[in-house]
Design a protein around this ligand. Structure first.
Ligand code: HEC
Length: 235
């Protein structure tokens, strides 16, 4: 076994046995303790890290090619004013780009906020990400609503069912609002209760005249919406 294997086994074991794993952010600690490999230092401002529930981590991470799972990752903990100053070391040679992103427990990328190409050198690569909005709801807006919904819900035409899912309007249109099309008068988004939210129901069950169940097929995106609702549906 080389060092790397030993290290990953250790991480695997600690993930299995650490009680903090289920609800805590597991990438808070520096997990790449190898001496070899490249290094990247990051500065800038990051907002909205606190809006993510346990199970997700906002990290500085290295990815290889099209692999959606981070090769190496370190949690980002901004100062009170949002400022970030950190270094990621021991970046493996196969890494092709560095991201500021949200990952889940399996280290799978859920959303990308900032990305740069990477090639190993002996110098530390210095990155300034500027100011980044990493709110969980911002991801739902851009990666779910803007991509898959606003074409019909208010982007350019009259919104279908009178429902605006465009930025600025989606939050007030959804949270705490009774769904017109719900037989049980569910709220579109019932903060803290995804199961009792019509947004959850209509993306999975064919309950509308226009079937919405094939629009979002990514399990991770469906999960993201549920986790956002269950965590209090913060803006
Ligand atoms: C191709 C057009 C189209 C797309 C894309 C679309 N919708 Fe709709 N949506 C409709 C139509 C039409 C209705 C009205 C259906 C009905 O009356 O049964 C509707 C109704 C709804 C309702 C019910 C509103 C209420 O008050 O009961 C919700 C919620 C909704 N859509 C959410 C979404 C979400 C979320 C997405 C993206 C994931 C989306 N829609 C994408 C056309 C669309």
């Amino acid at each position: 076994m080389n060092m790397k294997t030993v290290l990953s086994v250790c991480i695997g074991m600690s993930m299995l046995f650490s009680p903090a794993c289920d609800d805590g952010k597991i990438y808070e600690e520096h997990i790449s303790t190898e001496r070899e490999g490249g290094a990247v230092s990051l500065t800038g401002y990051l907002q909205g890290v606190d809006s993510w529930p346990g199970g997700y981590s906002i990290v500085l991470a290295g990815f290889a090619g099209t692999n959606e799972y981070a090769q190496t990752a370190q949690g980002i903990t901004p100062e009170k004013d949002g400022s970030v100053r950190m270094t990621l070391q021991g970046i493996p040679a196969e890494v092709t780009h560095i991201e500021v992103c949200a990952i889940n427990k399996l280290r799978k990328r859920i959303a990308t906020f900032y990305t740069v190409d990477y090639e190993e050198t002996s110098d530390t690569l210095r990155l300034d990400m500027g100011t980044i909005d990493a709110r969980m709801y911002g991801v739902i807006q851009s990666d779910v609503f803007d991509r898959s919904c606003t074409a019909c819900h208010g982007g350019s035409t009259e919104p279908a069912a009178g429902l605006y899912l465009t930025e600025e309007k989606s939050y007030t249109a959804l949270v705490g609002v009774v769904a017109d099309q719900s037989k049980d008068s569910l709220l579109l988004v019932n903060p803290g209760n995804a199961q009792e939210s019509f947004l959850h129901v209509m993306l999975r069950e064919n309950v509308l005249r226009y079937d919405h169940t094939q629009i979002i097929t990514s399990v991770n995106m469906l999960q993201l919406i549920d986790d956002w609702i269950n965590n209090g549906a913060n803006e």
